[in-house]
Design a binder for this molecule. Structure first.
Ligand SMILES: NC(=O)c1ccc[n+]([C@@H]2O[C@H](COP(=O)([O-])OP(=O)(O)OC[C@H]3O[C@@H](n4cnc5c(N)ncnc54)[C@H](OP(=O)(O)O)[C@@H]3O)[C@@H](O)[C@H]2O)c1
Length: 274
């Protein structure tokens, strides 16, 4: 199965489907990352705050595959924001991952209350220039946060990773960022463990028409919308199922049905409130 690649605004490319590692302990991370690699995933989405970078690093090392076969993202946590701290933070993440560089380094939250994100971004440019991150981007940024970065720097983030699932589709923010050349990454695509997006009746019905699960329909919908997505699962069968989303195509009417499911339900933190 070949995963489509998306070209970012800096010329690097990213596999559109990957694997997420939120809320998985470090040993479990090694186990499920190894299952995911076996299933075909090469793109992994991690973060310092998940506390499991060592587990991912061990799985990569154990795979015996060349480093360049992987696309590895990690994220800088709030307490490392600022002009200097990000340099120490990326070094520590790379050490835990056992890597010389990450493919994508993200500011995890804009954290508007301390106003440091634009300073952090200047450090991110240096981290990229030093070759410790191939691409740099942001996560949970609102229009106002993106505008502030643009005021301070000419480097446009490669991606903005945002909460995005059938009940919370963030269309105005996506239009705004894509207009700036920023690709959208979806977090919590299947409902973030708060609701089962694949069990929404309209989604189940579409799945039945294609002989696939509701979760596969949701992932396929995001892929057809051009979004980068990395579901998390600790279950071997679901890990394989979530990768098996290239053998069917949703019609325009089916895509429109899923678009109609947005009822503004945010299931994660609101970036304005931290
Ligand atoms: N930037 C941020 O602030 C941020 C925030 C949250 C997440 N993320 C990233 O986005 C990734 C994905 O989001 P997420 O982990 O929050 O949630 P998610 O992928 O939407 O949902 C994970 C939940 O869905 C279940 N699941 C997975 N595959 C399934 C299937 N085929 N059928 C039914 N249920 C299924 C999982 O259960 P099982 O494990 O039992 O299968 C788990 O409970 C994260 O892992 C992380 O890398 C980023």
């Amino acid at each position: 199965m070949t995963v489509p690649e998306i070209t970012l605004n800096d010329g690097h490319s990213i596999p559109q489907l990957g694997f997420g590692l939120f809320r998985v302990d470090v040993d479990e991370t090694q186990r499920i990352a190894e299952l995911a690699i076996e299933a075909g995933y090469r793109h992994f989405d991690d973060a310092k705050i998940y506390g499991n970078e060592e587990g991912l690093g061990r799985a990569i090392a154990a795979s015996g595959l060349p480093r360049e076969d992987f696309f590895i993202t990690t994220k800088l946590w709030q307490d490392d924001q600022g002009r200097e701290a990000p340099h120490r933070a990326i070094d520590a993440s790379l050490e835990r991952l056992g890597l010389d560089y990450v493919d994508l380094y993200l500011i995890h939250w804009p954290h508007p209350s301390d106003g440091l994100a634009a300073d952090t971004w200047l450090a991110f440019e240096e981290i990229r220039d030093a070759g410790r991150a191939r691409s740099i981007g942001v996560s949970n940024f609102r229009e106002v946060d993106l505008a502030e970065l643009a005021r301070r720097s000419s480097t446009v983030p490669a991606v903005n990773q945002i909460e995005l699932h059938p009940r919370f589709q963030q269309r105005p923010l996506r239009a705004e960022q894509e207009g700036r050349g920023i690709r959208t990454e979806a977090w919590g695509p299947l409902g973030h463990g708060r609701y089962a997006a694949g069990e929404l009746p309209e989604v189940v019905a579409i799945g039945e028409a294609h002989g696939v699960s509701g979760a596969q329909v949701v992932l396929r919908w995001l892929l057809q919308e051009g979004v980068i997505v990395f579901p998390k699962s600790s279950t071997a069968a679901r890990i394989r199922e979530n990768f098996d989303v290239f053998g069917f195509e949703l019609s325009d009417a089916e895509l429109a049905t899923i678009r109609g499911l947005d009822d503004g339900t945010r299931v994660g933190r609101d970036p304005a409130e931290n």
